[in-house]
Design a binder for this molecule. Structure first.
Ligand code: PMP
Length: 462
């Protein structure tokens, strides 16, 4: 069968890309100087560039291809469903088997308070759905003044108006007059960057108490929900101290506000538990999910709705005036069902917890002795390296971001995708990575660190 995508050379793709394609999160002036990298295929944990070069994908695409590339079962699930029923919706009192089956499977693999799901096309749409759901919930309960949602600086919850508002990324807020009304932010639990002289445990409690201070400042009767990623991903893999989430749980319980755990990255095994909430022992009322739900093979997201909210939404609330054309898309749902079954049948989450997780953690910790690395932190298969000018003082380089980009480009030159967030290098490799591939990842990361150090010496910055 002829492919709809023609065969072109790298330079032809680059020229067409520059002529027609506006990329997400991209400075096009900078891109046009370099030319885009073109990825043509992938297998397991490896990407292949146009021209054939192989690169180990230390980021699972954008934290989503948890089962690795080239899983035949997922392609088959999509192909079969495309022939059976390529599209139908679930508005207006209809549904189809793939969406119903996925809802059932999700109720089995999520924590016990979750028996219901609302489907979306992405993580951003899931977080828009969260904003509308929590406000609708309090309205139905006769407390319409409870509208404020508290989030955190440097959080990432998506790129739609509500998603970017919930997020705490200043550069995003500056473009487009965000946040929208009723969304406020507190400090993040980033001990390495903000902990000062406090121990991580002391700092975790201090950072969590910022929530209580904010609730009291706003007035508890106006606060609808608190949202947080169990581990902040795009903010730089910020793993909160062990004291943080228990204190947050205590505070949301005390004031009766809803707890939203954004599981878009942490969900489906990334931490060695099915959900990051389970790793940290918290009991969310709502959980946005996406990415690993279909292992990134097709776009799909959703919001897991806990019993407390579902009892109101499904009994008392009347019509919820909200939904997307692709809510519960049958092909995406069929692929997600297959992805969950693989995670379960191959015991991949246990493997992260008992085998590859501990192995990568041991090897990652070795990088902490590198002169550029101020901290090497990791949970499950999600980790970060802080690149610093002075290890002992936890002192960053001036012009944050510069050194991270040098290191990222050197990683790619060495055949490894490792992402830079300011000068924090982050990884989240596919959960199916082997020990030998972990060795390769760590050795390539070390080579890039050495070369970054040499480059900084050459530039007179070390
Ligand atoms: N929440 C979190 C925690 C995320 O990391 C992301 C995406 N990186 C989103 C939401 C948004 O998901 P999407 O890009 O699918 O809209």
């Amino acid at each position: 069968m002829a492919s709809s995508i023609p065969d072109r050379s790298t330079s032809e793709w680059q020229a067409l890309d520059a002529a027609h394609y506006i990329h997400p999160f991209t400075d096009h002036a900078a891109l046009s100087k370099k030319g885009t990298r073109v990825i043509t295929r992938a297998e397991g944990v490896y990407l292949y560039e146009s021209g054939g070069r192989r690169i180990l994908d230390g980021m699972s695409g954008l934290w989503c291809v948890n089962l690795g590339y080239g899983r035949r079962e997922l392609a088959d699930a999509a192909y079969q469903q495309l022939q059976e029923l390529p599209y139908y919706n679930s508005f207006f009192q209809v549904a189809h088997p793939p969406a119903i089956e996925l809802a059932r499977l999700l109720s089995e693999v999520t924590p016990p308070q979750f028996k219901h799901v609302f489907f979306t096309g992405s993580g951003s749409e899931a977080n828009d759905t969260v904003v509308r759901t929590v406000r609708h919930y309090w309205n139905v309960l006769g407390q319409p003044e409870r509208t404020v949602i508290i989030s955190r600086h440097n959080a990432y919850h998506g790129s739609t108006m509500a998603g970017a508002s919930l997020g705490g990324m200043k550069p995003m807020h500056e473009q487009g007059g965000l946040p929208i009304p009723g969304i406020v932010h507190i400090r993040q639990p980033y001990w390495f960057g903000e902990g000062g002289e406090l121990s991580p445990e002391e700092f975790g409690r201090v950072a969590a108490r910022a929530l209580e201070e904010k609730i009291l400042q706003i007035g508890p009767e106006k606060v609808a929900a608190f949202i947080g990623e169990p581990i902040q991903g795009a903010g730089g893999v910020i793993i909160p101290p062990s004291t943080y989430w228990p204190e947050i749980q205590r505070i949301v319980d005390k004031y009766g506000i809803l707890l939203v755990a954004d599981e878009v990255i942490c969900g489906f095994g990334r931490t060695g538990r099915w959900f990051g909430s389970e790793y940290f022992g918290i009991r969310p009322d709502l959980m946005p999910i996406a990415k690993g739900l279909s292992s990134g093979y097709l776009p799909i997201g959703g919001v897991m709705v806990g019993d407390r909210v579902a009892e109101v939404m499904t009994v008392k609330a009347g019509e919820f005036n909200h939904g997307f054309t692709y809510s519960g898309h049958p092909v995406a749902c069929a692929v997600a069902c297959a992805a969950i079954k693989i995670l379960r049948d191959e015991r991949i989450v246990d493997r992260v917890n008992d085998d590859v997780g501990p192995y990568l953690q041991r090897r990652w910790a070795e990088l902490a002795s590198h002169p550029l690395v101020g901290e090497a932190r990791i949970v499950g298969l999600i980790g970060a390296l802080e690149l610093v000018k002075d290890k002992a003082k936890r002192l960053n380089f001036p012009d944050p971001g510069d050194v991270g980009v040098i290191c990222r480009d050197l990683c790619i030159a060495n055949g490894l995708v490792m992402r830079a967030v300011r000068d924090t290098m982050i990884i989240a490799p596919p959960l199916v990575i082997t020990h030998a591939q972990i060795d390769e990842l760590v050795e390539k990361a070390r080579a890039a660190l050495d070369q970054t150090q040499q480059e900084l010496h050459r530039q007179g910055r070390l």
